[in-house]
Each structure stands twice: as structure tokens, then as C-alpha cells.
Design a protein around this ligand. Structure first.
Ligand code: ARG
Length: 573
């Protein structure tokens, strides 16, 4: 926050024995506007100086308020209140600085990550299984994090680690041989694959031969059998096409789409290294790495039949991301149920002496339930993401058709709002909290929703257009007079705008896009209060221009913030 930094700089010369960081950490945002904008509690200093906090506060206020003295800072007034020194920032000086900053194109960005590369593992659905709402969470959270890291100056590499290898392919191939239909598969690849997959599991229950046949197909695939490979390629191809459509709708892109199969030939060297370093041990015929010292159960590396397994692949993947992709940091945006898996993988990397493993981080998230139900692929109880998106867009379209938008525009707006509602519904809460996917609630124009933020943004655009039509723009502003009469609500908007860069930074520090989502809700609410309580366009040109300038700054921040979260910001709704 600009005003927080200014407060620290103001106090710094008068606070012996405290670093700027210490001082920043002590500063507080007062609970009520009449207590000023920033408060400095004098308790810590009282201990250092052996004086009462109240005396220090009075002393400080005196020093800072002598006009023209070294201590006085333009636009800041100090008031002692009990043990606190309260600082009041003059909106006409600080408001202008804040609003001017906010309307610059990259407001909120920084160079904190300059020169560093982060590889983000996101989305990573499994082939021949539907792209379920669980993978939606990874896609949406991962993609927002990618934007946020980029805004903080990081070089971001997004990787989609497709689950394109595993025993499920054997099952699918056998099911396809028995009951498959090429035409159906071509039209609805994922649904048809799922039907085959589910039928396989149903029929396999009393039929061990079927299970064996599935296993046999997978063995053929691993051994490079041409027919098995042809089928595999086909299943991967049709599924990917369907995933691509979802990504396009969500506006998500990847720098690399590398399936698990990409690491097929990269695991052997890892296993060899584990063996050479004496870390690999036998356990019931399987090969494991024991991790008692880390307080973890052993990590399985090779099954008793000698085949590799999920952790083995992730070891090879991490090493690849370090050595070939040159990652300084790695994030894995994957459900919380895989926490143990990642703990084990990172622990094995450390056992291998890879100190960079400390820069690998699992970014977990809670379950997504649909009307309280958990989803299971095996039983076919899934919700198809494209259906969910269609429904969201359809509902948004009903709303958009009631507005006076041109029908063509209404369709675009509905797509932005419907999809935005789903994205925002996923991002607004802490990622670890479970979300109940309630579409009607997410689509409401009032409440903590994406459409509410989008609607507020569209409102700012409309106000500016109205101003223009009336011949008033923020260009009418004449220097420092802009915010001289700003109201409490207006000043609250400006202060919220001022803390937007902190929200971006904190979101990255915590890997938590919800920090930005909540900031936008906060800004939208503050602005709407301002909008309700005072007219923006009045007969007074300076006043109107000033309120429009504020409106413009709010709109700019909402637009930037929505963009970072992966939502579009339609100009009209
Ligand atoms: N495909 C996996 C799943 O759906 C997620 C993969 C996550 N990424 C990884 N590097 N393990 O469970």
C-alpha cells in the first residue's frame, strides 16, 4: 500500500532501533475512519525508550505536525489518541496519486520474481476419463496462479501433465474390442470411453478373465505392440480434442502438454540412481524407498512385477523440469488427496541429494461436490464439465436476454458471465475449503459472485460513457483539486485500490488466488456503496470529473483483477 509505505517513511526518522520492515509490521489499519488511515501503536517503542506509549504518541504528533519542519510531510496529519499515533492522509494529494497509478496498464504488477522461472503443473486430466469438476479446480486455480506469478515478474511455464498412461488403457482396449463402436467413439469420445470403462468394471466383478485380458493389453502397449499402440494413440487423440474445447472456453492455454508417457524412457535412469545410491530397498518383492526419518510411509518405486508407478514417474518429471525446463520453483496444483504422494516424491528427491526439492511445492485444494455428492469415475457418476459450462452459459443468457443488449452481444456476454461465474465460484474461497458447486448461486448478480464483480465493472464503463456524453471526462480535472471534497465512501474506494498490489503479492506468497478474488469483491462493494450514496454526475463539473476519475480507477482495477483470475470483463451487461 502506498499510504502504508508513506507512513513508514514518515515515521522512520523518528523511530530509533526499528528497521523499516519492523516498523511496517507494526503499522495497523484502524477499525474506524475517524481513527485515521494508518495507526502506529506506540507500545514497542515505549519499551525501547522507557516512556509511556501515550507520551510518545503526543510527542510524535507534535513533531510531525509542525508545518515546514523536517518532520512534517505534505498531506499527512498526525493525531495522538491514547497509546496510538493516528495518521490521516489527505485525499486530495494521496487520492490523486493512487487513482493515477491505478489507471496505468500494469497496475498491481511488480518485479519481485524477476529472473526466476516457475513451472506450474495444472489441469492434468486423465485420458479416456472425463474432464471432471475436480480437474476444473486445478485448471482454474493453476491458471490464475500462472497469471499472478507473471504479474509479479516471474517467468511462468504452464505444463499440462496429461494422464495418458496406465492400466486403465488396457481395460479400455479390451472393452473396446468386445463392445466398442468406432462411430460412437468418434462422436462422443469421452462419454463413449467412459461407458466402456464403466461396463468393464461392472462385468469384471464376476469375471477374472476379463481383468487378465485388460492386463494383457496394457502389457502389449508397454512392449510396443503396433495394434495396442494404434488404439492408444486413437484414444489419446480423441480425448485431447475434447479437452481442448473446454480449455478454449475457459481461455486457458499451456506452454507444454506432456503426457505421463513422455517420461516412459526417463524413469530407468532415476531407478538406477536410486539403486546406485543404495536408497532402494526390497519390501514384499517390490522396490521401495524408506522414509521413516521423514515420518512418512515407504515410497513405492517398482511393483513386484518390475513395473514403474505414479511416484516413479513424478520423480522423473521433477528432474526433467529442473534440468531441461530450468525451473527455479515448481508448483503442483493437485487435489489435497494427493498430499502424501507429493510429500513422498519430494522426500525421495531430497534423499537423492537434490537440494532444489525444497523449491517444489504441492498446492492442494479441497473437494468439489455437486449437491453434496462426491464423484467417482469407476461407477460413471461424473458431471461433464462441458455440460456444466453449457448450463451456466444458458442461464446467463436468460439474464442477458432481459437486458437491452443486441442478441449477438448478449451471446458473448452470456459466455463471459456464465463461464466467469464458474471460475469465480471456484476461486472466491480459500482453495482448501470444499466447495459445493451451486450454479444458481454462482450466477447471481448480487452477492459474492463473479457476475457481481463483472457487473460492477460494466457499471463503471457505463458511467464513464455517460460522462463523456455530457461532456465530462476526468481530463477536466484541474490538478490537486480533484479529490478535495471526496466523501468517506470515495476515500474508502481509493484506499482499497491502493491495497490491490498487496493483494496480488499476497496471492502469490500464499499461492492463493482467493486473496485477489476477495479484494475485488471488497472493491466492488465499496464502490457500489459510493455509487448508492452520491450522484456521480452532477452540475458541478469539477466534482463530477473527480468522481469519474475515481470510477475510472475502480473500473481499471476490476478489469485487471478479473483478467488475472481468468475472467473476462464485458463492457456492457
Ligand atoms: N492425472 C492426475 C490425476 O488426475 C494428476 C496429475 C498431477 N500432476 C502430477 N505431476 N502428478 O489424479
Amino acid at each position: 500500500m502506498r499510504i502504508l509505505e508513506a507512513a513508514a517513511d514518515t515515521l522512520m526518522p523518528h523511530v530509533p532501533g526499528l528497521s523499516r520492515e519492523d516498523l511496517m509490521a507494526l503499522l495497523e489499519l484502524p477499525p474506524r475512519p475517524e481513527m485515521g488511515d494508518i495507526a502506529f501503536p506506540c507500545f514497542t517503542l515505549a519499551k525501547i525508550l522507557r516512556m509511556s506509549p501515550a507520551t510518545i504518541a503526543i510527542d510524535f504528533a507534535d513533531k510531525l505536525n509542525i508545518p515546514g519542519s523536517n518532520a512534517s510531510v505534505e498531506g499527512i496529519r498526525a493525531v495522538a489518541l491514547g497509546s496510538y499515533l493516528n495518521l490521516f492522509f489527505e485525499p486530495k494529494i494521496w487520492g490523486l496519486r493512487i487513482a493515477t497509478d491505478a489507471t496505468k496498464p500494469k497496475y498491481g504488477s511488480s518485479h519481485a520474481g524477476y529472473g526466476k522461472r516457475v513451472v506450474i503443473d495444472l489441469s492434468s486430466p486423465n485420458i479416456a476419463k472425463p474432464f471432471g469438476v475436480g480437474h476444473l479446480r486445478s485448471t482454474v486455480i493453476g491458471s490464475a496462479l500462472a497469471n499472478l506469478y507473471a504479474a509479479c515478474g516471474w517467468d511462468v511455464v504452464k505444463v499440462n501433465h496429461i494422464g495418458d498412461w496406465g492400466t486403465q488403457f488396457g481395460k479400455l482396449m479390451e472393452a473396446y474390442r468386445l463392445w466398442g463402436n468406432e462411430d460412437k467413439l468418434a462422436i462422443e469420445p469421452i462419454r463413449e470411453s467412459l461407458r466402456l470403462y464403466v461396463r468393464f468394471h461392472e462385468e469384471a466383478e464376476g469375471n477374472p478373465a476379463l481383468v487378465d485380458a485388460g492386463r494383457d493389453w496394457f502389457r502389449r502397449l508397454e512392449q510396443g505392440d503396433p495394434e495396442a499402440e494404434r488404439l492408444w494413440r486413437y484414444f489419446v487423440g480423441v480425448s485431447m480434442e475434447e479437452f481442448e474445447r473446454v480449455y478454449a472456453r475457459l481461455g486457458v492455454t499451456f506452454d507444454h502438454t506432456l503426457g505421463e508417457s513422455f517420461y516412459n524412457d526417463k524413469m530407468e535412469p532415476v531407478v538406477d540412481e536410486l539403486r546406485a545410491k543404495g536408497i532402494l530397498e526390497e519390501s514384499d518383492g517390490a522396490q521401495v524407498v524408506r522414509l521413516e526419518e521423514e515420518g512418512l510411509p515407504p515410497c513405492l518405486i517398482l511393483k513386484s512385477n518390475g513395473t514403474t508407478i505414479y511416484p516413479t514417474r513424478d520423480l522423473a518429471t521433477a528432474i526433467y523440469r529442473k534440468t531441461v525446463m530450468d525451473a527455479d520453483r515448481m508448483l503442483y496444483v493437485v487435489g489435497a488427496e494427493q498430499a502424501l504422494h507429493f510429500d513422498q516424491v519430494f522426500a525421495v528427491l531430497r534423499r537423492l541429494g537434490h537440494e532444489w526439492a525444497v523449491n517444489c511445492e504441492h498446492v492442494p485444494f479441497g473437494l468439489m461436490k455437486i449437491q453434496g455428492k462426491k464423484m467417482s469415475t469407476r461407477k460413471g457418476k461424473v458431471v461433464f464439465l462441458d455440460e456444466v459450462l453449457d448450463e451456466a452459459v444458458q442461464k446467463a443468457l436468460e439474464a442477458a436476454s432481459k437486458s437491452n443488449l443486441h442478441p449477438d452481444e448478449a451471446i458473448h456476454v452470456a459466455e463471459a458471465v456464465g463461464i466467469g461465474a464458474v471460475i469465480f465460484g471456484d476461486l472466491r474461497g480459500n482453495r482448501m475449503s470444499e466447495i459445493d458447486f451451486a450454479l444458481d448461486e454462482m450466477l447471481r448478480f448480487e452477492g459474492d459472485t463473479g457476475p457481481y464483480v463483472q457487473y460492477t465493472h460494466a457499471r463503471t464503463v457505463r458511467l464513464i460513457e455517460k460522462g463523456k456524453a455530457a461532456g465530462i471526462t476526468s481530463l477536466h480535472l484541474d490538478g490537486l483539486e480533484v479529490f478535495s471534497s471526496v466523501s468517506t465512501d470515495g476515500w474508502a474506494c481509493l484506499k482499497t485500490i491502493d491495497s490491490f498490489p498487496d493483494a496480488v503479492r499476497d496471492a502469490v506468497r500464499l499461492n492463493e488466488p482467493s486473496v485477489v478474488a476477495r479484494h475485488l469483491l471488497d472493491l466492488a462493494k465499496t464502490f457500489n456503496r459510493f455509487y448508492r450514496n452520491e450522484r456521480i454526475l452532477t452540475n458541478d463539473t469539477t466534482e463530477s470529473a473527480s468522481r469519474l476519475h475515481l470510477t475510472e480507477a475502480v473500473g481499471a482495477v476490476l478489469r485487471i483483477g478479473l483478467g488475472l483470475l481468468g475472467l473476462r470483463a464485458p463492457e456492457r451487461m
